[in-house]
Design a protein around this ligand. Sequence first.
Ligand SMILES: C[S@@+](CC[C@H](N)C(=O)[O-])C[C@H]1O[C@@H](n2cnc3c(N)ncnc32)[C@H](O)[C@@H]1O
Length: 252
Amino acid sequence: MRRMKNLIGLVGLSMVVACGGAQTQSAEHGSAGGSEHASGSEHASGHAHPGHGGQGMHHDFSDVERFAAMFDDPERDEWQRPDEVVALLQLTPGAIVADLGAGTGYFESYLSSAVGDAGRVLALDVEPAMVAHMQTRFQDARLSNIEAGVVAGDDPGLEPDSVDRILIVDTWHHLDDRGAYAAKLAQALRPGGFVLVVDFTQESPHGPPVARRLLATAVAQELQAGGLAARVIEDESLPYQYVVRADKTAAP
Ligand SMILES: C[S@@+](CC[C@H](N)C(=O)[O-])C[C@H]1O[C@@H](n2cnc3c(N)ncnc32)[C@H](O)[C@@H]1O
C-alpha cells in the first residue's frame, strides 16, 4: 500500500457493500438493449451525463450487483479478449501494475497471474462499493498479490516512479481534465513504464452513447498532453475497442 498515496481510504472487508440496490441506471458492459454497453442507452436513462464542467461522462457505478452481471458476463470474454489485453502489457514476474477504474475486478485474475507472487496488482476505482466488492472477491479467490483501493476522481493516487504499467479499460471517457490526469500517470510510471488505454470504437455495439466515445487519436493526444509518448496500437484483434499505448519518456 506504500505505493498508493492519497487514497481516499481502503475500504475494509467488513464494510457493508452496496450491492443489489434498486437503481435502474444503464451501464457500459451489457449487450444491446439495456445497458451502457448498449449504445445510447445512458442518454435515455437520465443517469449518465457529461462531466459537470469537465470532459468526462459521469456515471453512477454504485449498483455493484447489476454491473457485475454485465462486466463479468462470461460472454464478454469473447470480445474483450483479456488474455490479449494483458499480453499487450508485457508484464513480467515481479512487476507492479495498476488497473485504474478496475470496476468489479474483471481483469485482476489475469494481471495477478502475469505478475506472479513477487508482483503487485493495484485495483483502483473511484466507487467505494466497487472496491469493497473487489476486496471480497480477491479474498475469496485467495489472490493475495492484489490490493484494491478507492481513489479520487482526479488523481490516480500513485506515488512517483512507483508502477511499471497502468491499465485503463472502458474508463478513460469517464475522466475529467484528461491531459492533467495523464501527467499524473506519467509521474507515477517508473522509467520504461507505459499506460494502456482500451476503450470503445465508434462502431462498437457495446459502450457508452456514441457521442460520448472518444476517438483513439484523441485519446493519444490527451496522453501526449500529459507528457507521454502515445500511439495507437494497430496489431491487436479486439473487435469493439481500440488500444492506445503511452510510454513514459526520458526526463529532459
Ligand atoms: C465501465 S467500468 C469499467 C470497469 C473495468 N475496467 C472493466 O473493464 O471491467 C468504469 C469504471 O471506472 C470507474 N471510474 C469512473 N471514473 C473514475 C475515475 N475518475 N477514477 C477511477 N475510476 C473511475 C467506475 O467507478 C467504474 O467502476
